[in-house]
Write a protein that binds this ligand. Structure first.
Ligand code: ADP
Ligand code: TRP
Length: 438
């Protein structure tokens, strides 16, 4: 399937023929492996034929769940699989950069040991999903200090009015969508830390630092990518108007069809790592029996009659149908899946959903356990390698940014070359001699 000129959706290479298998009560046509609608891009303008930089980050706040996987991580892996291997000496079309947003995760108050463990576990999870540090650069945000530096510079073109209208800080401090800085009560103001309010500016820095073209994320992040575009435009017009070319390109969000996988226990909320009830989410490292147990326990309803898809009135059932659709990459709509299986009981639906998830996540737990048992060496090496590549790109962008805004660049003057290895007194002396001789 073509989603844009010149770009063949990688999901389609996974297309195979339809097959059926039995549920406890009725034959269910598995939608798995039929051509899938693929990932959508908002207002596509980037030509995928040119060398594309694809970047995304995840907060290392726990082992990723099915929502993270379907909304973002599976897509990361697909991009990696699509890329010709360097070993085959073919032209690479994609530069892939995936990271752990550990600075963003400082919003979550945590014991330092737990934080370290979470970073390691998240990194191991990505490796267990098949991300390969030789193909995808996998870095840790805090290890590349340019993220924080660019954030500060971008803060100068970030409007607090725009930030105040964004939703994430409101969700996190538990105030309604119509809350604003003006009508916040004293307690909420106290809760709203500057880092939470300015979270999108750091995210924009993550993206612009690498001049990313495409950002594969779940739907909740699309407003952050939109904000990034706005900041890139503002930076270009404030500081780079007189230059031949703009400094920053405008990134595009690339959204998975699995926009919002919902919590299994509270299907009106999104599945999230931070929810205290672990039964609301499937971890990518859950054992098959744990997956079956959680899906069996998923909140549905007591509506009698055929299976129907209606997120308003049947959020739990509809969430399961959506999960089934996305895990199996079905090209059918959720209504069609429900219609085709109208006589399936809820128990039958749950059994099917569980088996498809088990199939999809097959092997992840084993690879994860092996990595965690192995000690730090492989993970540390991968982090080091990711940092090396990320730092080199970040350094180039920051040199350009500093020069554009008029901040001092690296020391290149003749006099400073004299300084290498010299004490301040010797240097001063040398400068005086140099001056006297010129
Ligand atoms: P969480 O909210 O669970 O802490 P993150 O904020 O680290 O997860 O998100 C990592 C990626 O996973 C982002 O691209 C985000 O959009 C995506 N994502 C998170 N939760 C979901 C969900 N329930 N459904 C779809 N995508 C999701
Ligand atoms: N804010 C994202 C989330 O909560 C994580 C993130 C940080 C990110 N920086 C990014 C995602 C840059 C994409 C690009 O999931």
């Amino acid at each position: 399937m073509r989603v844009a000129s010149g770009w063949v959706c990688p999901s389609c290479s996974l297309a195979r023929s339809r097959r059926s298998f039995s549920s406890t009560t009725t034959t269910f046509k598995s939608p798995r492996d039929l051509p899938y609608e693929g990932t959508k891009r908002s207002n596509l303008t980037h030509d995928i034929r040119s060398r594309t930089t694809i970047l995304s980050l995840i907060q290392p706040t726990g082992i990723p769940h099915l929502g993270n996987y379907l909304g973002a991580l599976r897509r990361w892996k697909e991009f990696q699989d699509e890329k010709p291997s360097p070993a085959k000496n073919r032209r690479r079309n994609h530069m892939l950069l995936f990271g752990l947003a550990d600075l963003h995760a400082l919003n979550l108050k945590q014991d330092r040991e737990l934080r370290r463990l979470n970073i390691r576990q998240t990194y191991a999870s990505l490796l267990a999903l098949g991300l390969d540090p030789r193909e995808s650069n996998m870095f840790v945000q805090s290890q590349v200090p340019e993220h924080a530096e660019l954030m500060w510079i971008l803060s100068n073109v970030a409007s607090t009015g725009y930030l105040g209208r964004m939703t994430q800080w409101k969700d996190k401090i538990g105030v309604g969508a119509d809350a604003s800085m003006e009508n916040l009560d004293e307690k909420s103001r106290e809760k709203l830390k500057l880092s939470l309010f300015s979270y999108p500016v750091l995210q924009a820095a993550d993206i612009l630092l690498y001049k990313a073209d495409l950002v594969p994320v779940g739907e909740d992040q699309s407003q952050h990518v939109e904000f990034t575009r706005q900041l890139a435009r503002a930076f270009n017009s404030t500081y780079a108007r007189d230059l031949k070319a703009p400094v920053f390109t405008l990134p595009e969000a690339i959204l998975s069809p699995a926009k919002r996988v919902m919590n299994l226990q509270q299907p009106e909320k999104k599945m999230s790592k931070s929810d205290p009830d672990v039964d609301g989410r499937i971890l990518i490292t859950d054992e098959p029996d744990e997956i079956r147990r959680k899906i069996k326990k998923a909140k549905t309803d007591s509506v009698v009659g055929p299976l129907t898809y209606d997120p308003e009135t049947r959020p739990g059932v509809s969430n399961l149908i959506e999960i089934l659709k996305h895990v199996t990459k079905s090209p059918q709509t959720c209504q069609e899946i429900a219609e085709e299986n109208r006589n399936t009981t809820l128990g039958g639906l749950k059994a099917l959903v569980a088996e498809e998830i088990v199939k999809e996540l097959d092997g992840v737990k084993e690879r994860y356990d092996a990595l965690m048992a192995e000690g730090d060496q492989r993970i540390e090496f991968a982090m080091w390698y990711g940092r090396k590549v990320a730092s080199s790109k970040a350094g180039n962008t920051m040199r350009q940014v500093r020069e554009t805004v008029g901040l001092p660049g690296p020391e290149t003057s003749k006099a400073l070359k004299l300084a290498v290895g010299a004490s301040p007194d010797e240097l001063w002396e040398k400068l005086n001699t140099t001056k006297a001789n010129t």
